[in-house]
Design a protein around this ligand. Sequence first.
Ligand code: ATP
Ligand code: MG
Length: 432
Amino acid sequence: MELIKAQRGTQDILPGNSERWQAVEEVMRDEAAVNGISEIRTPVFEDTRLFQRSVGETTDVVQKEMYTFEDKGGRSVTLKPEGTAGAVRSYLEHGLYNSPAPQKFYYLTPCYRYEKAQAGRLREFHQFGVELFGTSLPLADAGLIAFANGLFDRLCVKNLKLKINSIGCPTCRAEYTKALKTYFTERKDRLCETCRSRLDRNPMRILDCKEPGCAEAAKGAPRILDYLCGDCKAHFEGVKSALDSIQIEYEVDPSIVRGLDYYTRTVFEFVSADLGAQSTVCGGGRYDGLVEEMGGKPTPALGFALGIERLLMIMEAQQIEFPEPHPCELYIASVGEAARKRAFQMACGLRECSVAAACDEVGRSLNAQMKYADKLGAQFTLVLGDDELEKGLGVVKNMKTGEKTKVNLNNDIEGQFAAISTRAEDEEDLSF
Ligand code: ATP
Ligand code: MG
């Protein structure tokens, strides 16, 4: 029979790798807690109109990349291509604005985009995202950037470049878009086909195009920073000085425009040379108009999303050490039927006390059990045979140091093992 394979652009996260996912997710949850950011979980599919309205009709995501289908009730639904739209919908639907501002949320979610699958670009990928509602102060922008920066630090990720820009408010952007349109219309024949169609819809996106011809044509294009209104300019200065005050390095890059329509004022990206063509690992910014656009009261807001696959690619390239998972703390080997039964009982008792204990479950020889314990990475082993059962005495061996400790098999094995393993833990050095 033909084997059915996983869909193009999707990945299985297998044992051995899933521990890495868990490790970074744990750091994310932990850092969020320290920053007073609560988790929000929204459905994987939503009314298609939600994304059309929030992400924007003219964006690549809505035009080309959405997984949209009709459900059995004839409704058009879409698998979430990003996390902000659902978060904003939920914020409005449940009146989360009634709690004191700023309201801070994070999510860890799969996202779906029908893209040309390649390294760092998948059809199902995962984002860690943060959304803050109800603050227009520049220090909120700087605080959000500092949060992302701190996360990378905590994960020991190096050599990231932070690029920031301001794309202004609808007022100053209108002026700018006009200038940009004029500029690119004069250079239309050098643009790729996509960018020619962007000329009318969304000329700012041309600045972001990676086609050599477009990048060449974009050199010397009008800069948004020269078109910012007084308020937007002051806001951007405020963000920069707040970043300076906490020693976060950045580069102002007027070509950072972001792909989604809802951004206003501050936009930023963390880019890495360890990613190849898909160099952006984290992107975000302000979206002061979105909540109102979605039917709420005018509410300043901002956020970012970080691609977990790309983050792990960087960590891999930088050979960052992950915390060693300990799938097995104590392997209780046994010789003979009676000992196997006793090992089973002991392992169950230890697991009740949260010790990752294992014993023979397939009827292996002692030799094969010891090899298996080694494969499991067991930190300690204990061998039970008739002799041990008779005397009620066993020896726990530290597999790393070879140190042996006698244990009384008939009395509080959990307590005795806890003492042994705590001692060993103190001597271990930890990674992130
Ligand atoms: P790109 O320029 O790479 O297409 P984007 O502007 O579409 O990115 P965002 O919508 O801002 O990306 O998403 C935030 C982050 O999510 C990206 O920086 C990236 O890390 C990750 N991401 C986006 N699309 C994909 C994808 N198809 N596969 C893997 N990760 C992705
Ligand atoms: Mg994209």
